[in-house]
Design a protein around this ligand. Structure first.
Ligand code: SF4
Length: 453
C-alpha cells in the first residue's frame, strides 16, 4: 500500500473514506466526476504547469514511480538548482513535489506547493500548512534539509492584458514558521494513518450525525440501517445539531419515527408536513404577492460562462466567469413566448462587447428580468458594466429589477417533500418538470465546460 499526499489530506478529512478507498475500491468504481469537477482538476494541473514559467531554469522530473525517485536522487546529487515534480518515498509514503529549489548559501532546499486557488486554505481537506508539513517530513527522511516552505497561488487581483505576466499572476507566501509549528502533529498523524489503514474496518461513520450535504457516496454502505429518505434530508438539519444528534442518539433515522415534530420550525416543518401529506404545500397568496410585482414583458434570462485558473482573455482574471452566451425567453402578457439567444463567435478584441450590445437590443428594462439564483447573473452584469461603462446604467437597471425565481422555493412558498429540503435547481426541476433532466443539460449554474471557438 502507498500513502500519497492526497491520501494524507483525505485522512485528515475523513479516515473512514480513505480506509474504504484503500480496501474496498469497488465502492467507488461507479462514481463519475461531474464535468465541473473534471474542469477544476484540469485547471489545477494547468496552474501547476504555468507556475513553472516563474523558474525558467527548472528541470522537470518527468518519469514515474520508482524511476522518478531514482531520477530525483541523481538531480539532487548534482545539486540541480530547481526541480519540478521531484519525487520521494519513505516507507509507505510517496510524494511528488511541485517546486524544489536548492539554496546554495544555506545549503538547503526551499519547497513550494503550487495551488490553483486565490488564497491560503487552512481547513481540511485543503489544509496547505499540513500539506507542506507532510511533504517536508517525507523529504527530510531522505536526508534533505528543508529550510523554507511556501505556497504559490493565483493572484485574485490580476487581470490579463496581452501576454501573461507570470510575476503578477502568481503570489508566493512564506509559510515556513506555520509549517514548522504543525510538523510535530503531522508526524503523529503519519504514524496513526498507517495503523488506521492496516487496522480493521470501523463500523458506521461520523456522517450519521451530519446533514445529507456533508455525506459522501459511501454513506449508505456504512450506515445500512438509514432509509433512503431519512432525517438527514430535512431542510438544513446539519446546522441544527441539537435536534439531529438527539434523533440519532435515540435511533430515529426515518421521518416516520420522528416523535417531536413540534420542535421543527420554518422550512423543516413544512417539509415534514408535505412528506406526510403526500403532495406539495404551496402558499399561493405569498407566491401571488411576489409575482404581482413583475412587469410584462417578462425576460427569462440565463448566462453561460467560461472560467479558467490562468486567464485566457484580456480584462479577465483567474477564475473570473466570462459570459459568452445567453438564452432569453420573452413572455408577453397574453402568454406568448419568443426565444432569443446569443453566442460570442469572435473571441478576439473586445470579447464581451457584442454580447452587451445584443442584450440591449433584446431587453427593454421596463419589463422584469427573471433568473434562477439571480445573484450569478447580477455579478456578471456588474463586471460587464465595468468593462462597458456606456452600458452601465442599462445593466444596473436590469440588476435593480431582477427577480430571482429560486426565492419562491428558498422562502418555502412551494415545498415538495421530494425536493429533500433543497431549493437548488438540481433538486427542484426534476420534481416539478420531470421531463427536463438537469443532468442532461450539461451545465452547473451557468458554467459551461468547454469553450470551442
Ligand atoms: S459518509 Fe461522511 S463520515 Fe462516512 S465515509 Fe463518507 S465522508 Fe466519511
Amino acid at each position: 500500500m502507498q500513502i500519497t499526499k492526497t491520501n494524507y489530506l483525505e485522512y485528515t478529512f475523513c479516515k473512514k473514506n480513505l480506509w474504504l478507498k484503500k480496501h474496498k475500491p469497488e465502492l467507488f468504481k461507479d462514481i463519475e466526476l461531474s464535468e465541473f469537477e473534471k474542469k477544476i482538476i484540469e485547471e489545477g494541473n494547468l496552474a501547476d504547469k504555468e507556475a513553472r514559467n516563474l523558474f525558467p531554469i527548472g528541470v522537470l522530473v518527468d518519469s514515474h514511480g520508482q524511476d522518478a525517485i531514482d531520477d530525483t536522487k541523481q538531480y539532487i546529487a548534482k545539486k540541480q538548482a530547481i526541480l519540478f515534480q521531484a519525487t520521494f518515498s519513505e516507507g509507505l509514503f510517496f510524494i511528488r513535489t511541485d517546486i524544489l529549489i536548492y539554496n546554495q548559501t544555506r545549503d538547503g532546499y526551499e519547497l513550494y506547493e503550487v495551488k490553483a486557488s486565490n488564497g491560503i486554505k487552512r481547513k481540511e481537506p485543503h489544509h496547505y500548512i499540513n500539506d507542506l508539513a507532510f511533504q517536508k517530513s517525507v523529504i527530510e527522511k531522505s536526508g534533505l534539509n528543508i529550510i523554507k516552505t511556501g505556497v504559490i497561488y493565483l493572484n485574485r487581483d490580476y487581470q490579463r492584458v496581452g501576454k501573461i505576466d507570470y510575476g503578477q499572476l502568481f503570489v508566493d507566501v512564506d509559510l515556513t514558521d506555520e509549517v514548522l509549528a504543525s510538523q510535530a502533529e503531522v508526524k503523529k498523524q503519519m504514524i496513526e494513518i498507517k495503523e488506521f489503514l492496516n487496522g480493521p474496518e470501523q463500523k458506521g461513520c461520523e456522517c450519521l450525525y451530519r446533514g445529507r450535504r456533508a455525506q459522501c457516496t459511501t454513506f449508505t454502505y456504512s450506515n445500512p440501517d438509514v432509509p433512503e429518505y431519512s432525517v438527514h434530508d430535512i431542510n438544513r438539519i446539519g446546522g441544527n445539531k441539537k435536534i439531529l444528534n438527539d434523533w440519532i442518539d435515540r435511533g430515529i433515522y426515518a421521518i416516520e419515527d420522528i416523535d417531536n415534530s413540534e420542535s421543527l420550525k420554518g422550512g423543516k416543518k413544512i417539509q415534514y408536513d408535505a412528506y406526510f401529506l403526500g403532495k406539495p404545500i404551496i402558499d399561493s397568496v405569498a407566491i401571488k404577492e411576489m409575482l404581482d410585482e413583475l412587469v410584462f414583458p417578462l425576460y427569462f434570462f440565463d448566462y453561460e460562462c467560461f472560467f479558467s485558473a490562468v486567464p485566457i482573455f484580456d480584462n479577465f482574471g483567474s477564475y473570473e466567469h466570462i459570459p459568452f452566451q445567453y438564452s432569453l425567453h420573452i413572455m408577453q402578457r397574453d402568454g406568448s413566448i419568443e426565444h432569443k439567444e446569443f453566442l460570442i463567435t469572435d473571441p478576439k478584441g473586445d470579447l464581451t462587447r457584442s454580447l452587451v450590445e445584443r442584450i440591449k437590443q433584446d431587453i427593454d428594462p421596463k419589463g422584469t428580468v427573471i433568473a434562477w439564483f439571480s445573484l450569478y447573473e447580477k455579478q456578471r452584469n456588474v463586471k460587464l458594466a465595468e468593462l462597458h461603462p456606456d452600458y452601465a446604467d442599462f445593466l444596473e437597471t436590469i440588476n435593480e429589477g431582477m427577480f430571482d425565481l429560486m426565492t419562491i422555493f428558498s422562502k418555502h412558498h412551494y415545498v415538495d417533500a421530494d425536493f429533500k429540503g433543497s431549493s437548488s435547481l438540481k433538486k427542484v426541476l426534476p420534481v416539478i418538470v420531470p421531463e427536463l433532466n438537469y443532468s442532461d443539460l450539461n451545465i452547473s449554474k451557468g458554467i459551461f465546460n468547454s469553450f470551442n471557438f
